[in-house]
Design a protein around this ligand. Structure first.
Ligand code: TPP
Ligand code: SF4
Length: 331
């Protein structure tokens, strides 16, 4: 075996490590997985004093191939439907012990919007001191790209195929953040992996609040959405810039903040880079109609949340992750 001749200053290297990593590299996610990035950003911001619960889904599977684990914090998996219930139980136990460790429940959109919703709603209503994070990749990816109630209208999945009968999913994406807001919890927000500083800021904000908080992170899935892995950030950014995925914050159910869109883009810019919307670019009258429907949905969001920016703004869609404060990157 050859001798290692590289002289490495381990102490200096350690200092260069940016921040705490709750999820280690070497897991089994696909190249460019938005959910893996979102989970890394979330755990970086949350720090070491947390306990995580994880619903069944891609994140659970790709981080824990037996007997390995990518997690560097206490982490629990039980079922597809009960991440919030497990987190609520852990939080109650910690409270009884006088421990301050924050509990974070995690789930995909299938788990959050659909099968685990009852457990989530109950935990929010009972006021548990926990953060719930949903990694929204808009379908049941782990089991083969089946549509969920978060799948956007007209997107093709294995259970909402495009063909003679339908142009992809017939129903609308469920407006989960409004439903969450109706629980009058102290803090609920949306975020996107395209804006990492915003994700971290929102996690820290949620963690500092006593009571139930909720974060929905838009997390592209190259496999299910049909784009190259190196386009994840660009695709996520386009979802925000078109108005299809509004970035908002709600306090006690009231809209408190939005990320303004500096230069709104037409929805086709977002749709055309993903295979799940490929059928919308066929020479077909129904395709034209669906494109109009999707643009109308984006326009509705623009109007409802007043998303159009009125000039350059350090917190808008062009600058939110690039502004600098006293020479250092703001995060
Ligand atoms: C009660 C129950 N029904 C179905 C399944 C199969 N199942 C496991 S993960 C999964 C999909 C997960 O989808 P999502 O929550 O969106 O997470 P993703 O894999 O997309 O990250 C399904 C259907 C299960 N484990 N338990
Ligand atoms: S299928 Fe999608 S969500 Fe699952 S690991 Fe691959 S890219 Fe990530």
């Amino acid at each position: 075996m050859s001798e290692t001749i590289v002289d490495i200053d381990i102490a200096a290297l350690r200092k260069k490590q940016p921040r705490f990593r709750g999820i280690e590299a070497g897991h089994r996610a696909c190249l460019g997985c938005g959910q893996a990035l979102a989970a890394r950003l979330m755990t970086e911001a949350a720090g070491p004093d947390v306990t995580l619960t994880n619903a069944t889904g891609c994140l659970e599977v790709f981080t824990t191939p037996w007997p390995e684990s990518a997690w560097r914090v206490p982490w629990m998996h039980s079922l597809f439907e009960n991440s919030a219930a497990i987190a609520a139980g852990v939080e109650a136990a910690y409270k009884a012990q006088g421990r301050k460790t924050k509990v974070i429940a995690m789930g995909g959109d299938g788990s959050t919007f659909d099968i685990g919703f009852q457990a989530l709603s109950g935990a929010l209503e009972r006021g548990h001191n926990m953060l719930y994070v949903c990694f929204d990749n808009e379908a049941y990816m782990n089991t083969g790209i089946q549509r969920s109630s978060s799948t956007p209208h007209a997107a093709a999945t294995t259970t909402s195929p495009a063909g003679k009968v339908r142009m992809g999913k017939r129903h609308l994406k469920k407006d989960i953040i409004t439903i969450i807001a109706a629980h009058h919890i102290p803090y609920a927000a949306t975020a996107s992996v395209a804006y990492p500083s915003d994700v971290r800021k929102k996690v820290r904000r949620a963690m500092a609040i006593e009571g139930p908080t909720f974060l929905l992170i838009h997390s592209p899935c190259p496999l299910g959405w049909g784009h190259e892995g190196n386009l994840t950030i660009e695709v996520a950014r386009l979802a925000v810039q078109t108005g299809l995925f509004p970035i908002i914050e709600l306090e006690r159910g009231q809209l408190a903040n939005t990320m303004p869109i500096r230069d709104p883009r037409p929805v086709i810019d977002y749709l055309k880079v993903q295979n799940r919307f490929r059928h919308l670019f066929a020479d077909d009258l129904r395709a034209k109609e669906e494109l109009e429907h999707l643009q109308a949905l984006a326009d509705y969001n623009m109007e409802t949340y007043d998303l159009r920016g009125d000039g350059p703004d350090a917190m808008d869609t062009e600058a939110a992750d690039t502004v600098k404060r006293r020479g250092t990157r703001w995060a």
